[in-house]
Design a protein around this ligand. Structure first.
Ligand code: NAP
Length: 337
């Protein structure tokens, strides 16, 4: 028996704490139940994981599915590697802690990223020089089109910078039920990001994944608001990629503008653009820009999706007018206008 709940309150299911009601909701703990819900709803379901990268609007029509499929299994492989099979409903940070405890290396830079494992491939989560796709083997998903179980490898997921096929043509076309990573018994640290390097100097040696994760956790706690006290959805904009010529001209206008080589040009720190445009710490209605990391928008109390989106819009159009750079939203929108 699957429990389908009418008029489901979503305000506690998103870290921005935006008010919203789903017409129906289903919490599923097995693939079979998920397939039954998809069949019943004729494929028209939306998925909500940890709600940490989503802007929930007030009305969400149809059925919202919460995949709560658990479990972590490790299969040893030759040459000091292991496949780690993880249910979509496992919390990402719990997985990081589990792997560190098992001496499996590769995702320590992704410590403290909120949300569930099933959401990680959607935007190819990344932090401090490591992206999910570098350790990703394949995933298992149920298709909303035919209800079948599919295995999608790395190429099939078409990962990009904070991007995958699940954000484009196939948004809402699959429900991810399992993610399989390939991790290593050898510790090969990525410590080239300035914040992590500085923290390393404070901590001392980063000679294990546990210590590197500790450095990342400290940096994140310092810069990012804890959603339990200040509702937010992490970075609200992706870092834009511009041409080398545009980067050189922007650098003449904006003090301390950072840029890094990326496919298609130079990746800019969007936070610096927003700061330079004077938005750091500002508020608009019931939404605000976080003072210690202007890429993060926060709910100052009682905000609705329209408040947060109006602030994002004002920032993006100001940055466009001043610098001719397009800022793209990172969170997904859920629900009707
Ligand atoms: P930061 O250290 O203030 O640096 C600003 C930006 O410069 C970063 O976003 C990063 O881009 C880029 N950068 C810095 N050092 C780099 C290097 N050595 N090589 C290439 N690019 C470099 O960054 P932050 O804004 O506080 O964020 C810290 C990390 O957490 C970043 O990697 C950020 O992407 C990640 N983060 C991810 C999410 C998410 O996936 N939803 C949410 C919040 C933060 P990149 O963004 O490309 O790394």
């Amino acid at each position: 028996m699957i429990d389908i709940v009418p008029r489901y309150d979503l305000s506690r299911c998103n870290t921005l704490r935006l008010p919203g009601v789903a017409e129906r909701a289903a919490i599923v703990t097995t693939v079979d139940d998920l397939q039954r819900v998809i069949e019943r709803e004729r494929g028209a379901v939306r998925v909500l994981g940890g709600g940490s990268n989503v802007v929930v609007r007030e009305r969400v029509s149809g059925c919202v599915v919460f995949p709560r499929i658990g479990g972590i299994r490790v299969e040893e492989e030759p040459r000091g590697r292991a496949l780690v099979r993880v249910g979509a409903g496992v919390r990402w940070h719990d997985l990081v802690r589990f792997c560190i405890g098992q001496r499996l290396n590769g995702i320590e830079n992704l410590a403290l990223i909120p949300g569930l494992v099933g959401a990680a491939p959607i935007q190819n989560i990344g932090a401090y020089g490591v992206e999910l796709d570098t350790v990703f083997d394949h995933l298992v998903a149920v298709s909303c089109r035919d209800g079948g179980v599919h295995r999608l490898d790395r190429a099939a997921c078409a990962f990009g910078y904070r991007d995958s096929r699940f954000r484009r043509a196939d948004a809402d076309a699959f429900v991810i039920v399992e993610v399989v990573l390939r991790l290593s018994r050898t510790y090969a640290p990525h410590i080239d990001y300035p914040d992590v390097r500085e923290e390393a100097l404070r901590i001392g040696k980063l000679d294990s994944a546990a210590r590197l994760a500790e450095a990342v956790i400290r940096v994140r706690r310092r810069k990012l608001p804890d959603p339990r006290s200040v509702p937010n959805a992490g970075s609200f904009f992706k870092n834009p990629i511009v041409s080398r010529a545009q980067f050189d001209s922007l650098r003449e206008r904006i003090d301390r503008l950072l840029g890094y080589d990326a496919a298609g040009g130079v990746k800019l720190a969007a936070a610096r653009l927003i700061d330079a445009a004077g938005w750091k710490g500002r508020r608009l209605g019931r939404a605000g820009v976080w003072g210690r990391q202007p890429l993060v928008l926060v709910n100052l109390g009682g905000a609705r999706a329209s408040d947060v989106l109006a602030l994002a819009d004002a920032i993006a159009s100001d940055v466009r007018d001043r610098y001719a750079v397009e800022l793209e939203l990172e969170p997904r929108l859920l629900g009707e206008d």
